[in-house]
Write a new protein. Structure first.
Length: 318
């Protein structure tokens, strides 16, 4: 269908070289300390090297001169090795170098014997993630789709997303069988912990609006967690808040079992399959069907097809 579709690149990857030398001893990781009591908030860009809207948002923060009024702010460019390979002729190739940086965050992986470019970077940034009270991880999607706030596997993160006020579609999901995401690490996935995280999918990787969503979500996040007063970010905001936010609850992931996997419905993010029982995908002898009326297709993908990958999540609106 659209596995190899290339979309126009409407935004430019920023020059992040000036941000290599921070004040932490780790390349591309900065801590801005207000010197006053308050939370530790972390914003991460470039979890995947071709998701450049987050890098634009961090570049904006540095250039704007915004600094925390309370607590500390950690700013990190994550997979800089993959980002350094960004090629306008093959932009998808810079997603990662060896493996998905966002599937390596379980202790048994981080502290285990395996090695990869992404694992080495995750090991460098783990101490920052583990000290964050609030985390914003900025992403984008291969195919056009409305922005999505991924609130993890437990409801406590919905409160943070609602304080931020965007995006309109919020997701409670089941995680990834292929490995633990950064946003689900440690206390973030403990209902008893006050720590909160939001992963925001800002839209298609290279559309202009994705950069605007990334900047606005970042600014509203800083205000929502109390690091920067809202009146200091208000003048920089570009997009109106949605009239309302709706929650999609994922009930099951569709995980590839074989290379024979194929979708049986159009692959459109957040589209709705009206009738229960409608065939959605086939994988060898198995057919996936809509488990209920108005099944939502969350982030379907025809790319990265290999056994163990999640190709779509099936959910329903609250």
């Amino acid at each position: 269908m659209n596995a190899h579709r290339h979309y126009p690149i409407e935004i430019q990857p920023p020059d992040i070289a000036p941000y290599r030398d921070g004040n932490t001893g780790v390349d591309y990781a900065h801590i801005l300390d207000s010197g006053r009591p308050g939370p530790t908030a972390m914003v991460q860009a470039l979890t995947h090297g071709n998701e450049i809207c987050g890098a634009i948002a961090l570049d904006f923060l540095f250039r704007s001169g915004l600094r925390p009024d309370a607590g500390r702010l950690i700013l990190a460019f994550a997979n800089v090795e993959a980002f350094g390979r960004f090629d306008f002729d093959d932009p998808d190739a810079s997603r990662c170098v060896d493996e998905d940086y966002n599937r390596v965050w379980a202790d048994e992986v981080l502290f285990g014997p395996r090695d990869s470019v992404e694992l080495r970077r995750a090991r460098q940034l783990r101490p920052f993630v583990d000290q964050a009270d609030f985390l914003l991880d900025i992403h984008s999607m291969h195919d056009p789709c409305r922005p999505i706030g991924v609130c993890g596997m437990i409801d406590k993160h919905l409160e943070l997303a609602r304080r931020i006020g965007m995006p309109a579609d919020l997701l409670i999901d089941t995680g990834h069988p292929a490995g633990l995401r950064m946003r689900d690490r440690g206390g973030f996935n403990d209902p008893a912990s006050p720590r909160q995280a939001l992963l925001v999918e800002c839209g298609q990787h290279w559309e202009r609006s994705a950069a605007d969503v990334a900047v606005d979500t970042t600014l509203r996040f800083l205000a929502a967690v109390g690091v920067v007063p809202f009146e200091r970010v208000q003048a920089h905001l570009k997009r109106p808040l949605p009239a309302r936010q709706r929650v999609v609850r994922v009930t099951e992931p569709v995980v590839v079992q074989s290379m024979d996997f194929q979708f049986l419905v159009p692959v459109v993010g957040l589209s709705v399959v009206p009738k229960a029982g409608t065939p959605i995908a086939r994988d060898g002898d198995r057919t996936w069907t809509a488990p209920y009326d108005d099944t939502v297709l969350v982030m379907p993908s025809l790319r990265h097809l290999k056994p163990g990958n999640t190709q779509v999540r099936l959910g329903r609106y609250d």
